[in-house]
Design a protein around this ligand. Structure first.
Ligand code: PAP
Length: 329
């Protein structure tokens, strides 16, 4: 049943958060704003607050699909793919809601969108299965998700490409008012684990371990593998989500059609993704323009992280902390 949020409840939470923040470790973010370390993860105060509401009040359904990622690791792509695969009998591609609505609005983030607006967002009106997203680390997911049979899909990306993607996103033309530290300083901070939702290695490792321990519950995808062979990954995702492609669908080329529809080039070319604003960002910022020498999202960091010592350092850091998937390419 939908709960009504009173102004007393809002004030109570805000007082509790203020007290909590006073006792959390804090650091400055790339733009000089404060980050707080809550349950081992660095984040802005508003997302610490919304994560707490998400943890306390979210009621998972067995049919839910939770898309998870470290920011700038392929979230928008995964949202488009999961939505299109799951709803393919409801919406033929030519009538896809993705033609008129950006992926981030069709598949909202729990702590970034829904629980930021209210402690008790109304999630009952979402069509089943509900497809929802979060950047929260595995260890901080609500018990309701961990203990239910709902499914979790994680997409991981080479952290150097992720770093450069995030850097470009914030320093790009859309964000000229943002006063960022230098790329070297930002890199230094991520090596210390300090970035939104960082440390990145703990984020990836948390979901990786869960996918190894509970392969029917957690699917671990890699952005680079998806770039390499999207049709294999679309098929794999559909199997995991319990809606495998029938033989006649395969024969009719449905997998290829979905792959092309959700591709970077197609999504970027849709008018809806060229215009409009999502939070304070232009929709088009989620589909970055590549430089001519970029391989389209894989290995782009080499064009930015020019000091070999930077990549070597991150590689060493990962080798020391990481016994998970091969993630640095
Ligand atoms: P978010 O976590 O803020 O939602 P997210 O979608 O994970 O962002 O990351 C954006 C990156 O995914 C961008 O990478 P780049 O900066 O290196 O270019 C963006 O270009 C890329 N991206 C978005 N949509 C697609 C897609 N359909 N296929 C491949 N890559 C995509």
């Amino acid at each position: 049943m939908e709960k009504i949020e009173t102004s007393a409840a809002v004030e109570e939470l805000s007082n509790e958060i203020q007290d909590l923040l006073l006792n959390l470790p804090t650091e400055k973010n790339w733009d000089g704003t404060s980050l707080y370390q809550y349950q081992g993860c660095w984040n802005r105060s508003q997302y610490v607050s919304s994560t707490i509401s998400f943890q306390r009040h979210f009621q998972a359904k067995e049919s839910d699909i939770i898309l998870t990622s470290f920011p700038k690791s392929g979230t928008t792509w995964l949202k488009a793919l999961a939505f299109t695969i799951v709803n393919r009998s409801r919406y033929p591609i030519e009538n896809s809601p993705l033609i008129t609505t950006p992926p981030h609005l069709l598949v909202p983030f729990l702590e970034v969108d829904l629980y930021t607006k209210s402690q008790y967002p109304n999630l009952e009106d979402f069509p089943n299965p509900r497809i929802l997203a979060t950047h929260v680390p595995y260890a901080s997911l609500p018990n309701s998700i961990l203990n239910s049979d709902c499914r979790i899909v994680y997409v991981a990306r080479n952290p150097l490409d992720q770093f450069i993607s995030h850097w470009n996103f914030l320093s790009g033309s859309q964000q000229q008012n943002m006063n960022l530290v230098s790329v070297e300083e930002a890199f230094e901070m991520i090596c210390n684990g300090v970035q939104t939702y960082g440390p990145v290695w703990e984020h990836i490792l948390g979901y990786w371990k869960a996918s190894q321990e509970q392969p029917h519950k957690v699917l671990f995808l890699k952005y680079e593998d998806m770039k390499e062979d999207i049709q294999f990954n679309v098929k794999n995702l559909a199997n995991f989500l319990g809606c495998p492609f029938a033989e006649d669908e395969e024969a009719q080329g449905v997998i290829e059609e979905i792959s092309k529809f959700c591709s970077f080039d197609n999504m970027k070319s849709l008018e809806v993704n060229k215009n409009g604003i999502y939070r304070r960002f232009k929709n088009e910022a989620f589909f970055r323009k590549y430089f001519f020498f970029s391989k389209g999202g894989v290995g782009d960091w080499k064009n930015y992280v020019t000091l070999p010592s930077m990549s070597e350092r991150l590689e060493k850091l990962f080798q020391g902390k990481f016994s998970g998937p091969q993630i640095l390419i």
